[in-house]
Structure formats: C-alpha cells, structure tokens
Design a protein. Structure first.
Length: 370
C-alpha cells in the first residue's frame, strides 16, 4: 500500500481498526525463517524404512529414488509472477542423467514444478522480463519432494543491460511502469515504493500519473467504501447522521481526504518543490538503522537532485488535507485549526508506520540484515 494511501486511511477515526488489519501482512514474511519443507518418501508411497527415506543415502546410486522440486515465483511485494523461466541445473549421480537439467515456466499462480529429478545438489536460475535474474539452490535427497521457499524477483535497475543506453526520463518511465504493477497481497496498490538501488528522478508528469492511478484504482474505491461503512457503524462524524445519505456523505468525505492528500502531498507540492514522493526501500544494515531510516523518512525525503532534505511536500500536504476537510465535514464535526493539525500529525505518524511496514513486514522483501 502506498504511503499516501495508508496515510489517508489512517487519518480517519477508525485508526485502531486499520492498525489491526495491517498486522497480518507480516505473516507471509515468516516463510524466510522456515527451513524448506521436505517430504520423505512422497513419490514412493512407502514409509521410511530400510532402503527408503532415512537409509536411502546408504544405497548404491542405481537404487536411489528420484524426487520432485516445487516452488513459487513472486515479486518484491509478494505478488505472483506468471511465465517466469525457471532453469534447473542438477548434479546427479551420472553426468549424463537425463533429469539433471530441465526448464519450465511458472504458471498463472506463480508456481513451478520439476518431476523425476535425480537426488543430489541442484541449482535454480529464475529469469523474467523486467526483473533481475535470481538464483536458488538446495540438496534433493532420495525420494523427496523439496519445497523451495518463495523466490522473490527484484525489478531490474538502471544498471542492468535492459536499460543500457536509455535516457534518465526513459529509465524513470520504465521504473514507474514497474511500480504501477506492485500490489500488496496481489491486489492492494503499492505504487509509491521503489526497490531500485539507483532510481531515476520523476518528472512532474510522472508524479501526477502515479497520483492519478492511485486515486482511480478500483481497490482504492473499495477500501474507502469499507472505511465509510465502519464509520457509519460507529456513528463517526455524527453530523452526517445515519441511513443511505449519511453513508454517502461519509464515503465522499473519506474519498476527498484521500484524493486531496494524494495529489497535494505526492504530486502538486513534490512538483513545485522538486521532491520525490516515493519511499526508497533500504533492506540492508542493522535492524536499528533500518528502523531509524523508516521513521526518518516520514519527515525527510530525496529531492529530484538525489540529496536528502526536509519532506516539506508530505508535511504540508498532510496539513493542507486537514484544512480542506473543514470545508466538507458537517459543522458539528469541524474543529478548525485543531482538526487541521490533528490530521497533519496523524498523517505524519501514519507515514512513519507505513514506512516500517514497507521496510520489514512485506512478504519476501526482508533480506538478512548485515
């Protein structure tokens, strides 16, 4: 989820409920802490015993059973990648083993499978258009089904051969196109995060395109509808009252908060002040340094010149969105200056929280820290 979108949602009075819905995003990342799942005797249909499974390592090479290798290909947000090319290079018992080298494409669900693989060390190489090649390795034992942990592909950077010879504008355009494909859990927009180690600066047009696509994404409309429903159930902004009309007013106010915050903080002010509205994933260093980096990025940002500077765009954007909300909230729920600064403070806090989520809890984006 982009920082702008999360900030807009958390600005609503259902902040506690939303914080609970965010926590499950981190669970898929636990896959990295688990060892590959190995099923003994899966293909033989026999329990482990003499000559099978546990004692198979002691068998002569010609008596050892072949096995399977399965896995899933995803991007850095956890969305599956279909059509990725997966090449298996094995080191079977015989250099002429017909099963020691295979190649398949990942399916629509991102999964791949190799059958009848000779036991022994193996090497996987995964490639897909627009992504950097990713290796994986393991050791397949006799008669086992080896489940490879999800393999996350990184978006190609400006240093790869794909982008050699392109202008900075063309590189930025390709990066934006990749970012527009990023979705948390496969469907929630995550357009304002860059995983490229050398991102090109965005033009004003590209900043407005990202804001436009974020505010018009069908999932955005759906999530705003859920928020409005929760507000209705809690009778938040009671000046709107209940019923269909009350729900419509809550929906309109929530969407107006979202749109104003996104365009002012991520397009208009970044264009005027020449600042980049994206969060740049760190992914390395100690946990402490990454926490401080994520928190600091709620008040600092990269300028279009690549230098770090105070994030005037986000801070002023949050305050502006809070001030504008006084125009359409009912008179009973307006709080003037108080509402403006309350919205700004919540927006900054929400941005810091969103940064921590981006840095640590997204599926398959938390490599080992040094």
């Amino acid at each position: 989820m982009s920082r702008t979108f999360l900030s807009s949602i958390l600005r609503l009075r259902s902040l506690i409920w939303l914080s609970l819905t965010v926590l499950p995003w981190g669970f898929p990342a636990l896959a990295h802490s688990q060892q590959p799942l190995v099923v003994h005797g899966a293909q033989s249909g026999l329990p482990d015993g003499p000559g099978v499974g546990a004692s198979a390592e002691g068998q002569p090479p010609d008596k050892r059973l072949s096995g399977n290798i399965n896995g899933t290909i995803v991007d850095r947000t956890g969305a599956v990648i279909a059509g990725a090319r997966v090449r298996l290079a094995g080191q079977g018992d015989s250099p002429n083993d017909q099963f020691s080298s295979q190649e398949v494409l990942s399916g629509d669900n991102g999964q791949f499978s190799f059958a009848h693989v000779a036991p022994g060390p193996f090497q996987l190489t995964i490639t897909s258009a627009g992504f950097e090649a990713q290796p994986a390795a393991g050791v397949l034992r006799s008669g086992e089904t080896y489940i490879v942990p999800p393999i996350a592909l990184a978006v190609a950077t400006a240093l790869t051969e794909v982008w050699v010879g392109l202008s900075p504008f063309e590189v930025a355009q390709k990066q934006v196109q990749d970012e527009e494909k990023q979705r948390v859990l496969g469907f929630i927009p995550n357009f304002y995060v860059s995983y490229a180690p050398h991102p090109a600066p965005l033009t004003s047009k590209q900043k407005f395109v990202l804001a436009w696509k974020t505010t018009l994404d069908p999932v955005s409309f759906g999530l705003i509808g859920v928020i409005a429903g929760i507000q209705q159930a809690q009778n938040a902004f009671s000046g709107y009252r209940q019923g269909t009309e009350g729900y419509g007013k809550r929906y309109g106010a929530s969407y107006a908060n979202f749109v104003s915050g996104t365009f002012i903080g991520s397009a208009i002010l970044p264009s005027l002040l020449k600042q980049d509205p994206r969060y740049f994933y760190k992914g390395s260093g100690s946990k402490r340094s990454r926490i401080l980096y994520a928190l600091a990025n709620s008040v600092i940002c990269k300028g279009d010149n690549g230098n770090w500077q105070p994030n005037y765009s986000s801070i002023l954007g949050n305050l502006a969105a809070g001030a504008i909300s006084n125009l359409y909230y009912s008179a009973k729920d307006r709080d003037g200056v108080g509402l403006t600064f309350e919205g700004g403070a919540i927006g900054i806090g929400a941005t810091a929280g969103a940064n921590l989520i981006q840095e640590f809890f997204h599926p398959q984006v938390d490599p080992e820290c040094s």
